[in-house]
Design a protein around this ligand. Structure first.
Ligand SMILES: Nc1ncnc2c1ncn2[C@@H]1O[C@H](COP(=O)(O)OP(=O)(O)OP(=O)(O)O)[C@@H](O)[C@H]1O
Ligand SMILES: [Mg+2]
Length: 237
């Protein structure tokens, strides 16, 4: 059976794609699942994270395949390239992390309507909302019409105020017809700090000493549990 492909994509940089890829791939929900990350971002944040992890001698991280090892994502017919296909087949879930993309590249990536779930992280700021509404949402409509795929596309609110309700966030999206994942990634310090030294969020939560930090970390772990639960549901798992 072919594994599931979860794509993280948007036009805006710094919206939380890599943070989501890393935390979801190591989420408790998927711990008995064979998971990997493919990093299509030449900045290589996750590849660096994996090297730091190896250097620190930490076991059991999910494998991170850098783009140069995959060669390319799509073949000339816009099918999945052989290297990527092999990785997807070898895992239950592959999280594909992409760079903050121009519209043209977004289109290419949506040709990956071979994805089972596409997560589009969105900060609810004026510029980010504009960018997603003008550039990303029309591509979803086009991908659905042109390719008739069964891919599910979800906006996910990121870096939100922890107490901001999803309802309010969703009211920002009235009229866009986008599916919104009913879980968000709030702005929390642990999300900005955990990856240092190749740690996972769960390891960070266990290792942090200060009690306030520990409380925040536990909240962050719960946030990820909720998101992972929704992703699992969307994947039919
Ligand atoms: N929920 C959060 N709370 C606090 N900080 C966060 C959160 N999510 C991400 N960050 C921080 O914000 C920055 C951008 O996040 P991230 O690298 O995940 O975004 P990205 O979409 O992958 O960016 P790029 O387009 O450059 O690849 C990082 O420094 C990250 O640590
Ligand atoms: Mg990134």
């Amino acid at each position: 059976m072919r594994g599931k492909l979860v794509l993280l994509v948007t036009t805006k940089g710094g919206s939380g794609k890599s943070t989501l890829a890393l935390t979801l791939a190591h989420a408790r929900t998927f711990q008995s699942t064979k998971v990997c990350i493919v990093e299509a971002d030449p900045q290589g944040s996750l590849e660096t994270w994996a090297k730091e992890r190896e250097g620190a001698g930490r076991p059991n991280g999910v494998p991170v395949f850098a783009r140069h090892k995959v060669n390319d994502l799509l073949n000339s017919d816009y099918g999945i390239a052989a290297g990527l296909e092999k990785i997807i087949k070898g895992h239950d879930i592959t999280f594909l992390d992409t760079p903050g993309e121009s519209e043209a590249n977004i289109r290419t990536l949506f040709a990956l309507s071979h994805s089972d779930v596409v997560l589009i992280p969105l900060r609810f700021t004026e510029f980010d909302m504009q960018s997603v509404t003008a550039h990303v949402l029309p591509e979803i409509v086009r991908a659905k019409e042109d390719m008739g795929s069964t891919t599910r596309y979800f906006l996910i609110g990121t870096m939100m105020h922890p107490t901001a309700g999803l309802e309010r966030a969703m009211s920002n999206l009235d009229g866009t017809r986008a599916e919104v994942l009913p879980a968000t990634l709030p702005f929390r310090r642990p999300f900005a700090e955990f990856a240092e030294g190749g740690r996972t969020l769960l390891e960070y939560a266990k290792e942090i000493r200060a009690s306030a930090g520990r409380r925040q970390a536990r909240k962050a772990v719960r946030d990820v549990d909720l998101i992972a639960g929704e992703v699992a549901k969307a994947l039919g798992m």
